[in-house]
Design a protein. Structure first.
Length: 618
């Protein structure tokens, strides 16, 4: 006996299959892209009618040619041959036109959609961005993007074509011989039922396959980024096991889909063949009885498959369509996310010539990074800030802080105290749930995002460098910087001599993530970059790694040059930077538990004195 909940589940699954709400949403997302490219789509629609006309034309041609041949009417045979050549030429042109136009339409829609989704990813607010694994985003932007073909490619037009051709063939056949035509559609219910069941199963499989595809991407991405840890912890076997499990699951799903498709195709063939044989048998009897000519039967036979295959084909196309709906849904999730209101320069179209870029990964130096308004001396204030990552556990509650212009504030505290979170709140990367951060008395929200970014130079603990040359990486901070300015920044960061010693100087390729530079060199490159940006507020997350005395000294000098004349907030791990700060705050569970200069804090018993011993001596 079927329980009620099972029945409900089944009914809702059927409803989702027949009337998928997500299909409507997916269409409303894709419609603007298709409308914008209405020309190729319009032409494809035109070709669709020609295609239907050609199908009927060829069927008629075979019949008429056969009848003319049987009657040995050579004049008609010659006329028919000419018609045949015309039909063939039209068919070749149609095939070529359809393939070309599909490539144009599909390519443009995919390009525009991918660019929009990528742009959205670039502009995701920091906290929202963290909700997605990098590999998952990668999978959405590649696999899922290609998965939309069922909704915007020719298969979508096929979906339109199948009912039309079905109707056209049926009407045509009824005129030829209505009894045979009715015999042809007798198989319709069986074919439809077969198609619906298989389409449903295929859809479920393709959804699962999409999810596994995403997981594989996440794993692959982690393996490539964490290869050093994999090597040092001997995780190769474990990573390979996870990989094999995931790809094995995907393989099984794809195999199951292939089996379904195979069974479905075989079932469709069986139904078509049965109908074909039945028509042939009955038709032969009618020919013998003089009710039908051989040519008419031939026309009939060549069209009969169009009465059956659209039904099975419709379900197959429907399954492909469903697969696309699932893919569009995954892309839609991203574009529904809020984004930073930053205007980005319109990229070139698919036919446009890309602007020359020296960056390996195609990162372009555009006006977005070139804006460089000067904010002048800047003071930062946090007023009654409250912030939590999950809406439950508050990292900060009613937090107040005042950083006067031109001073250096050092933040110290145990791991997890909230130092990085505070830094991100102060530079407006995270929006507080309550309270305000003010820059020169004006709330951060009142600044345009690009204007705000230009007021801060951030040197994180782990420097991120782009593949490309030393110069490319420096120019990211200020694309219009002159050679002299680049050199001055590098000199101030104690990096110029190192760069000069590289094989191609400033034009040396530093590899993906700057792998060809040492850790200390990477840090100094980040400092030089911040130097070039010349922002009034400097946010520094000091590196915790101990460096050799020489590098340490060079780094310290570079940092001090960078800090002079700017408002600096630094997460301090080194005694020397803490000692020279104008003010030190000690954070504990999101609260300032000690506040003052080094001499004042060290003089009293408290967390600072305890932490002091753990700071790096340099
Ligand atoms: N993306 C995040 N999602 C959820 N919780 C987070 C996230 N980032 C940090 N936290 C939590 O917020 C708290 C403060 O973290 P934060 O990174 O600011 O500490 P920190 O003082 O910078 O630590 P460390 O010195 O180890 O870098 C911690 O309890 C941490 O678990």
């Amino acid at each position: 006996m079927i329980t009620d909940s099972r029945k409900l589940k089944f009914l809702s699954a059927v409803r989702r299959y027949v009337l998928p709400a997500d299909a409507g949403r997916a269409f409303s997302m894709l419609a603007p892209y298709m409308l914008r490219n209405w020309k190729p789509y319009g032409c494809l629609f035109f070709f669709l009618w020609i295609d239907i006309g050609l199908t009927l034309g060829f069927a008629w041609f075979y019949g008429a040619m056969t009848d003319a041949a049987i009657l040995a009417d050579m004049t008609r045979v010659r006329q028919q041959a000419a018609v045949g050549v015309g039909l063939l030429a039209a068919s070749l042109l149609t095939t070529y036109g359809q393939m070309y136009l599909e490539a144009v339409a599909l390519g443009r829609v995919k390009y525009e959609l991918q660019t929009d989704v990528y742009r959205h990813v670039l502009l995701l607010p920091a906290l929202r961005r963290m909700q997605y694994a990098a590999g998952d985003l990668l999978s959405r932007l590649t696999n899922d993007l290609h998965g939309i073909e069922g909704m915007v490619g020719r298969s979508f037009l096929e979906l339109l074509k199948l009912p039309l051709i079905y109707l056209a063939v049926f009407v045509y056949l009824c005129q030829l011989h209505w009894q045979l035509a009715l015999l042809g559609i007798a198989a319709a219910p069986a074919a439809l039922a077969l198609g619906a069941v298989f389409g449903f199963l295929l859809r479920r499989n393709s959804r699962l396959a999409s999810e596994w595809q995403g997981r594989i991407s996440v794993h692959l991405n982690e393996s490539l980024h964490g290869w050093a840890i994999i090597r040092s912890f001997s995780l190769e076997r474990r990573m390979l096991r996870i990989w094999s499990e995931q790809t094995g699951r995907l393989f099984k799903l794809e195999l199951a889909s292939s089996k379904l498709r195979g069974t479905f195709a075989a079932g469709g063939d069986a139904v078509s063949t049965l109908v074909y044989l039945a028509c042939l048998g009955i038709g032969a009897q009618w020919i013998a009885g003089g009710q039908l000519t051989v040519g008419t039967l031939l026309t009939f036979i060549s069209l009969i498959s169009h009465l059956v295959s659209p039904l099975t084909g419709l379900a197959a196309q429907w399954a492909g369509f469903q697969r696309s709906v699932a893919a569009v849904e995954r892309l839609r999730h991203i574009v529904l996310e809020p984004k930073e209101p930053i205007e980005l320069q319109e990229p070139l179209g698919p036919q446009g010539t890309p602007r020359p870029s020296k960056m390996q990964d195609g990162f372009r130096l555009t006006e977005e990074t070139a804006d460089h308004p000067s904010c002048g001396p800047a003071a930062l204030d946090a007023e009654r800030l409250s912030f939590s990552y999950d809406g439950q556990q508050y990292v900060f509650e009613n937090f107040d802080l005042h950083v006067p212009a031109g001073t250096t504030l050092a933040i110290v505290g145990r791991s997890g105290a909230g130092k990085t979170t505070l830094m991100n709140l102060l530079q407006g990367l995270y929006a507080p749930e309550a309270g305000t951060v003010r820059l020169n008395g004006r709330p951060l929200a009142a600044y345009a995002p690009t204007e705000l970014r230009c007021c801060f130079a951030y040197v994180p603990q782990d420097t991120f460098l782009f593949g490309g040359t030393v110069k490319d990486n420096l120019l990211l901070a200020r694309p219009d910087a002159s050679e002299e300015e680049l050199q001055a920044a590098a000199e101030a960061a104690n990096l110029h001599d190192v760069i000069k010693a590289l094989p191609d100087g400033y034009d040396t390729e530093i590899g993906e993530g700057g792998v060809k530079l040492s850790g200390g060199q990477r840090q100094r490159l980040a400092i030089a970059r911040a130097m070039l940006k010349n922002a009034p507020i400097l946010l520094l997350d000091e590196a915790t790694s101990a460096l050799d005395p020489q590098t340490e000294r060079e780094l310290k000098e570079a940092m001090q040059r960078l800090m002079s004349g700017r408002t600096t907030i630094l997460i301090a791990h080194r005694l020397s930077t803490v000692q020279s700060a104008d003010r030190i705050i000690v954070l504990e569970h999101g609260r300032i538990v000690q506040d003052g200069r080094h001499e004042e804090l060290i003089a009293v018993e408290g967390p600072y004195r305890q932490l002091h011993g753990t700071l790096l001596h340099s």
